[in-house]
Structure formats: C-alpha cells, structure tokens
Design a protein around this ligand. Structure first.
Ligand code: FES
Length: 135
C-alpha cells in the first residue's frame, strides 16, 4: 500500500495499516543450508497466498534482511504509534496461520502490545527485539 498524502504533503499516517515485513532472503535457522527459493521467500509467498482472499487489518511487505540472519526466518511488525517487534526462527511450513493471527492481533491494538498469553503458542518465544514507537 502506498502512503497517502494530505494536501500539505505530509503522510496521512492515520490511514496507513500496520505492516508485516517478511525477510525474503532468510534461511531458516533449522536448515543446514540456504535453498532456492530462500525459506523467507517461501514464507512470504505462502502468507500472500493464504491472505489473498481476506480483508486483513495489516499489509504484507517483502524486506531484504532484517539483520537477524542467524535466527531466520525473520519478520517485523510495525505501525503508527505502535511498538515495533522483530520475530525470528519462524518455520515457513508450519507457522503461516499463526503468523497471520499474530499480525491481526497486533493490528487490532493501539500500542502494538499483544500480551504473551494472547500470542499464538508457536510464536510466544520468538520475539527477538521490540522497538519503541516514533510517536
Ligand atoms: S537474511 Fe533475513 S534477516 Fe538477514
């Protein structure tokens, strides 16, 4: 989704959905070696395919390296006024539904905080970092 601009040419952040960035160059931490396509690209493609028919409260965007390479697959959640989160060690074969659920829960908060027990169980121990909101 492209950022909208108000007449004074400033981004209209209030209309921008939270984002799930998926690193498409990741190799899964459980793998012995990189694959072609990369595990991160597989994760991205599966998420896009799975979510294609849904009216999601977040956008899915590709990213190239989130500097969490040793703990791939890596994703980042961010949104206006929300804490940002980097998650790692995702499995592109088994975590698609749970990642979609987590991102939707994140998008439905005002501050980005999804309580530990409200996160899908498979992702509860996958937080690598959280980043304060800009505003
Ligand atoms: S290649 Fe995915 S975090 Fe670096």
């Amino acid at each position: 989704m492209r950022a909208r601009f108000t007449p004074n040419n400033k981004p209209d952040a209030m209309t921008t959905k939270p984002r799930l960035h998926i690193c498409t160059t990741c190799t899964a931490s459980s793998a012995d070696a990189a694959t072609d396509p990369r595990h991160g690209k597989v994760l991205f493609d599966k998420m896009v395919e799975t979510c294609a028919d849904q009216d999601l409260p977040f956008d899915i965007k590709p990213a190239q390296c989130l500097t969490n390479c040793k703990s791939g697959c890596s994703v980042a959640l961010s949104g206006s006024g929300r804490w940002g989160y980097v998650y790692g060690n995702l499995d592109p074969e088994t975590m698609i539904t749970d990642l979609c659920d987590l991102a939707a829960r994140y998008a439905n908060t005002t501050d980005g905080i999804v309580a530990w027990r409200e996160r899908p169980e498979s992702l509860r121990r996958n937080v690598i970092a959280r980043i304060p909101a800009l505003d």
